[in-house]
Write a protein that binds this ligand. Structure first.
Ligand code: GDP
Ligand code: IMO
Ligand code: MG
Length: 430
């Protein structure tokens, strides 16, 4: 079967949206399987920028069906306005192009209020969440209180479930000194949401995706966030609340692992992180500032400045291992133009000893000192390079070193945000 997963190999914002848009030229389906509107996936087509939060990044191609699967947490306010915006830009004219699983968990306004109230209460220990209600919504799913998309279309049950959920949420909001929510206005709001989402509701996403795979259709699974934000395998507790790694595609969609033939790891030529938590190769100096400036490293969802640093091969090897990455896509190489020296972290020092494995506990990760190798930079503008052989020698030295260290083929090299600024070493999804 020809399922292919696109997964972020760092702390998110690697350029997954761009790659999914590029790959979806050859995909029949694009499936979002986890996360919520904490994601901000940017697509640039003919110079026009589209930022997607919940809708899969295949949506700009009318022939590609887009699916939001059960594992996603759907912000009822966000999804309606996102769809409206996409439609007003001339896309998604046929509602059949987008299917949202009736089993997807809803994010309601009180989840966002609770997210904000918790962050406020943490003062110095904030996670730095996006404030989109992700944690509280996944908690409700796990504790079996969550409302799902299908509930919107069953008004009797909706009231009952909302009352039950809210009873507890209001106690929690009171505990944090935040304003409580009333049932009636929420029910009115949800009636409008139901009307807007009716054309997209889908009773059985798992069956549709399974049939597509069985019939040889090409299905792209679009990850959100990044490996190091995974709730189990990331830099806990500075993580998101879903499983972001490749295995999550099967769980979130309801397909078996045997449906997957490739896992594509997306990574930038350097590293960024938004929010709190350890970041061994962070550059808290003019170099970090310069990467942020040149790379326009500001969050697509919150606008916050992203923390920037050199590429970390210890973290990348870990990502390759836990995702089972088969191929890599190297992004934003053009941003490194003009740097005299480019650093790459090849190992860590922990308590005086050299280690090559990514520590599993943040206590250790906070203490590690990166070991760097430095490469000669290049001056040439890469953004107009359309042929691999036109890449400067120093650039290919850098790419070859990374590929050898990671022992995984780098099949795609991205030199700009646009669709056309993509160099193919080997076709992945032709
Ligand atoms: P995602 O969350 O992984 O989809 O990534 P984001 O969209 O949050 O952030 C990636 C940013 O880099 C976006 O603004 C993209 O338009 C941009 N981008 C993607 N690939 C490249 C590239 O190769 N070069 C440059 N200069 N920008 C890129
Ligand atoms: P995409 O899909 C980068 C980070 C937040 C915070 C932590 C927890 O665009 O790569 P949450 O709101 O999920 O509870 O916040 O996770 N975070 C992201 N960082 N890219 C993302 O998504 C992110 N989604 C969440 O900044 O540190
Ligand atoms: Mg992003």
């Amino acid at each position: 079967m020809s399922g292919m997963i696109v997964v972020g190999a760092q702390w998110g914002d690697e350029g997954k949206g761009k790659i999914v848009d590029v790959f979806s030229a050859n995909a029949d389906f694009v499936v979002r399987y986890q996360g919520g509107a904490n994601a901000g996936h940017t697509l640039v087509v003919n110079g026009e920028k589209t930022v997607l939060h919940l809708v899969p990044s295949g949506i700009l191609r009318a022939d590609t069906a887009c699916v939001i699967a059960a594992g996603v947490v759907v912000d009822v306010e966000g999804i309606v306005s996102e769809i409206a915006k996409i439609r007003s830009n001339g896309y998604l004219q046929n509602p059949k192009q987008l299917m949202i699983s009736e089993s997807a968990t809803l994010i309601l306004p009180f989840h966002k209020a609770l997210d904000a109230a918790r962050e406020k209460s943490l003062s110095d220990d904030k996670i730095g969440t996006t404030g989109k209600g992700i944690g509280p919504a996944y908690e409700d799913r796990a504790s079996r209180r969550a409302l799902v998309l299908g509930d919107l279309f069953d008004s009797e049950n909706l009231r009952k479930k909302l009352e039950l959920c809210l009873q507890e949420k209001n106690q929690l909001l009171k505990f944090y000194g935040a304003a409580e929510f009333a049932v009636e206005p929420l029910l009115l709001q949800l009636a409008k949401v139901a009307q807007a989402l009716e054309p997209y509701r889908c009773k059985d996403v798992s069956t549709i995706v399974h049939k597509a795979l069985k019939n040889g259709k090409r299905v792209l699974f679009e990850g959100a966030q990044g490996t190091l934000l995974d709730t189990l395998h990331g830099t806990y507790p500075f993580v998101t609340s879903s499983s972001t790694i490749a295995g999550s595609a099967c769980i979130g969609t309801g397909v078996g692992p045997t449906a997957i033939s490739k896992v594509i790891g997306i990574f930038k030529a350097y590293t960024t992180r938004v929010g709190s938590g350890p970041f061994p190769t962070e550059l808290n100096d003019e170099l970090g500032e310069r990467i942020r400036r040149e790379g326009h490293e500001f969050g697509a969802t919150t606008g916050r400045p992203r923390r920037c640093g050199w590429l970390d091969l210890v973290a990348m090897k870990y990502a390759i291992r836990i995702n089972g990455i088969t191929n890599l896509s190297l992004m934003k190489l053009d941003i490194l133009t003009g740097f005299d020296k480019i650093g790459v972290c090849t190992g860590y020092k922990l308590d005086g000893e050299v280690i090559s494995d990514f520590p599993s506990h943040v206590r250790d990760l906070e203490k590690v000192e990166p070991i760097y190798e430095y490469f000669q930079g290049w001056k040439e503008d890469l953004s107009k390079v359309s042929n691999l052989k036109d890449l400067p020698r120093n650039t290919t030295n850098y790419i070859d070193f990374i590929g050898n260290q990671l022992a995984t083929p780098i099949d795609v090299i991205s030199v700009g945000p646009g669709r056309e600024q993509t160099l193919w070493v080997k076709p992945l999804f032709a």
